[in-house]
Write a protein that binds this ligand. Sequence first.
Ligand code: DX5
Length: 232
Amino acid sequence: MKETTPHEMAPRWVPSILAADFGHLAEQVRAVEAAGADRFQIDIMDGHFVPNLSMGPMFVGALRKLTRLPLEAHLMVERPEIWVGPVVDQGADIVIAHAEATPHLDRVVEQIAQAGRKPAVALNPATPWEEIELLLPRLSMVLLMTVNPGFGGQSFIPYVAEKIAALRAWLRTQKLALDIEVDGGIDAATLPLVSAAGANVFVAGTAVFGHARGAGQGLRELQAALREAKQA
Ligand code: DX5
């Protein structure tokens, strides 16, 4: 794990496909690529770990045909260990498993790494980051959910900002350059808060794909909001 230096925590933009218009997906993918997306997130939900059923591993494969950007599979599923193989086979570059979804999180992280992909762990809002302290040196990223997972378009949960700040502060003491990703209710209003707290990877669905003037404009407005916040 490299030492943290400011430039290593560059912002990364991750549109979440859950909010996309599937009838115009290729067009929207091109629009956010042109606007500077760094990768895409595919929200895989099983209707058990979260009260919603969304898309399966095949959707990773469908998106793989539309973009050369990296893909991250967000496994909002019970027993993530049975889904790592299928999303990797469909082309996922990063696989995110929820700490709350398996008693064998170390084994799932090892399974992702053994598959040659970047392992990441997601924490629901109420889960303390200390739960995964022992795993942090082996991860490429931690996803701190800023809503309760399962649906797009929810409101940001403010207390997660304190968790982001506490984790970033601890990582600095350990000289760990670990990406902190946030996901859920991230928009022009909440982005400055989570960035100031220490998050550097921003997932957005509604704020991008739900934008009245198109997904590209949605992403550009988020980038502008971050620039303005950093200049303030
Ligand atoms: C929620 C998902 C989020 C969602 C994006 O469970 O993990 O990625 O698609 O949320 P919004 O629309 O709030 O950006």
